[in-house]
Design a protein. Structure first.
Length: 153
């Protein structure tokens, strides 16, 4: 049994503990019900729940959700454009987001899929120092997709 201001009151019966809690006009709460004997504490349960909800809300506020940012490329992209897209992806990765690199094919561009895989590989080589491939390049319909995420140190 633990009192309202944290002092140890020792082992006592449930009836005596309830009596002490009523006298203090507070609630008797089991802190560790599986312990032998169970540990109980005299507290204001409404205040306890409010504090717990506030702590959870504060912890949730400090969490950061990971977003998936998309970089779209085309099979006939020039090296300077590829560098610009890689720099943009570098910004996303440094902020902690995942990057979805998609290469869209239109019309006869589908005939040159093997060359397009080289474009995605060279894109990854530019970001190799800060990223790791989550999902390797894979065809999904008329689009080749690759996922990158920040490298963990």
């Amino acid at each position: 049994m633990i009192g309202e201001d944290g002092e140890q009151l020792g082992i006592m019966s449930a009836r005596d503990a309830m009596k002490l809690a009523r006298e203090a006009d507070l609630d008797l709460v089991k802190i560790a019900p599986n312990a032998k004997p169970p540990v109980c504490k005299i507290i204001d349960y409404g205040k306890y729940r409010y504090e717990q909800a506030r702590r959870e809300k504060e912890a949730k506020k400090k969490q950061r959700t990971m977003e998936v940012k998309e970089i779209r490329l085309s099979p006939n992209i020039d090296m300077n454009d590829l560098n610009t897209k890689a720099n943009q992806a570098r910004k996303f990765l440094s902020k902690g987001d995942r990057v979805k690199v998609s290469l869209r094919f239109r019309g006869r561009e589908l005939a040159h899929i093997n060359y397009s895989k080289q474009i995605l590989d060279s894109f990854y080589e530019k970001l190799e120092d800060i990223s790791v491939v989550d999902k390797p390049p894979k065809m999904e319909g008329r689009t080749m997709v690759m996922f990158l995420s920040e490298k963990r140190q």
